[in-house]
Write a protein that binds this ligand. Structure first.
Ligand code: LLP
Length: 466
């Protein structure tokens, strides 16, 4: 497969918010090869050169469903969900983070594979409930849940609400009490891990909108207040340290500090909180240079850290939960595009324009994220050419893949695919330039079905009521 490259010289050290290092500068070796690290499990190149997924040629998918389209490998999704579930076992819970990508079909797959679900808005909650997920297996997140959202979650009977501020502690308690309920809650804390000391997007340092800082005794004060309120049953502490993380040391620090708080709570109130949630954030491979951890390694590392810390603090080991989103859905989908124009710029690079862009994948523009790309409608032995894959939007920052190699005979009408777009692409898609958001087509055992349909101009005009 093609590899990311930075021939324009060294990049500024780590401008990626997720802190990934710059990718290799080595040119691609075999552009027809598909690195299993970045492609969904059932993706393969057939003898005729056409790439297949779930046994179906991408050419057929493009013909039936059009491009651009997100193509999701259902078997791969289920494999990854199951791998997380199995790795953590019966004494822990895996909450899939719906923000990465959510649809009713996905909720049903999760349900069948025994995972729980983390939602962070009324819309995500509605999708989960519409698909029949039992409310007690849902966790409700967010730093500014509206009173309506809270009421809906409490009425539905969600298994936990993760409290994010002092005001929310009171708000949720009040709403639960007025409904004659006692709501199970966790308190989200920021453990004070500094971004520049570890490789991840920080959501655990203090100067940001999420959580209640451990520093200065604020988290302890939050627990103190929550324990006094009749409408709340405090079941644990929550920490989410960031996203696209490869290094486990941040989790280690977080677990250490969360357990420290559990110990303080026990010493002050005589209460041992039974659960801790260590959030999501585990990284995936976007290019061949990324080396993500397997779920069983992550489960082992986290369980060992928590067990060790609890033994030292003489606490019973709490039930652990985690919230992977990207690590489950990210690698399971690719975006299929048709090449519209190929524009060589002498001495620079070749611009390849596709029929989508920043409206279906904002991550490159937003985070300077790196992606891979391959020609998928045929094989080619042409010399590699350095390309930038760009969209059709009215912005020069409308870049899908910044630097990669594709075969030099690439031409309009060819299909190219960008792997690892299952997470935070459809869920962050927009209608910029009145683009129609692409469908999500799931493929399994030689059959394809649309799980989220393509938007139409009618959809756009239906909202335009002026
Ligand atoms: N739990 C909480 C409380 C979260 O805030 C998040 C992600 C997750 C779990 C799941 O994290 P994951 O395992 O998917 O990394 N739009 C960005 C990522 C934002 C993540 C927000 N929170 C991106 O495209 O990289």
């Amino acid at each position: 497969m093609s590899r990311s490259a930075h021939p324009a010289g060294p990049r500024h050290a780590d401008v990626l918010p997720e802190g990934r290092s710059a990718a290799s500068t080595a040119p691609a070796e075999d552009l027809n090869a598909l690195d299993p690290k970045v492609w969904a499990h059932t993706v393969a190149r057939g003898a005729d050169g056409v790439v297949t997924v779930g046994g179906l040629p991408v050419t057929q998918l493009a013909e039936e469903y059009g491009t651009p389209a997100y193509v999701l490998d259902e078997a791969d999704f289920r494999d990854r969900a199951r791998a997380w579930r199995t790795a953590f076992g019966a004494d822990a819970d895996v909450f899939y983070a719906g923000k990465a990508f959510l649809s009713r079909a996905v909720v049903r797959w999760l349900d069948e594979e025994g995972l729980n679900l983390d939602v962070c808005s009324g819309g995500e909650l509605a999708t989960a409930l519409a698909a029949g997920m039992s409310a007690e297996r849902i966790a409700f997140h967010g730093n500014n849940k509206s009173p309506e959202e809270i009421e809906r979650a409490v009425r539905a009977g969600v298994g936990r609400i993760v409290l994010d501020s002092f005001q929310e502690i009171v708000r949720v308690a009040h709403i639960a009490q007025s409904l004659g309920k006692r709501q199970r809650v966790q308190i989200r804390i920021t453990v004070g891990v500094e971004a520049h000391t570890h490789e991840f997007i920080a959501t655990a340092h203090e100067d940001q909108k999420f959580g209640i800082p451990l520093a200065g005794g604020q988290a302890a004060e939050a627990v103190r207040r929550a324990l006094q309120l009749d409408g709340l049953e405090v079941i644990g502490i929550h920490s989410h340290i960031g996203s696209q993380i490869f290094d486990m040391s941040g989790f280690e620090v977080a677990a250490h500090r969360v357990v420290g708080l559990l110990k303080d709570v026990r010493d002050e109130h005589g209460v041992e909180l039974p659960e801790i949630d260590l959030g999501g954030g585990l990284g995936i491979a976007y290019t061949s240079d990324d080396d993500p951890r397997e779920p069983h390694e992550i489960a082992k590392a986290l369980t060992e850290i928590v067990t060790r810390e609890c033994e030292a603090a003489r606490l019973a080991t709490p039930r652990i939960s985690v919230e992977p989103g990207r690590a489950i859905v990210g690698p399971t989908a690719f975006t299929l595009y048709e090449v519209g124009t190929v524009k060589p710029l002498d001495g620079l690079r070749t611009y390849v324009s596709v029929d989508g862009g920043m409206s279906d994948n904002i991550r490159t523009a937003l985070y300077d994220a790196e992606y891979s790309v391959a020609l998928v409608s045929r094989a080619s032995d042409a010399e590699p050419m350095l390309v930038r894959v760009v969209g059709k939007h009215c912005e020069s920052g409308d870049i899908v893949v910044k630097d990669a190699f594709l075969p030099g005979d690439l031409a309009p009408g060819d299909l190219i695919a960008v792997p690892a777009t299952g997470a935070y692409c459809r869920s962050m898609a927009s209608n910029y330039n009145h683009a129609l958001r692409p469908p999500v087509v799931s493929v399994r055992d030689g059959e394809a079905r649309v799980i989220v349909r393509r938007e139409t101009e009618e959809d756009l005009l239906r909202l335009d009521v002026g």
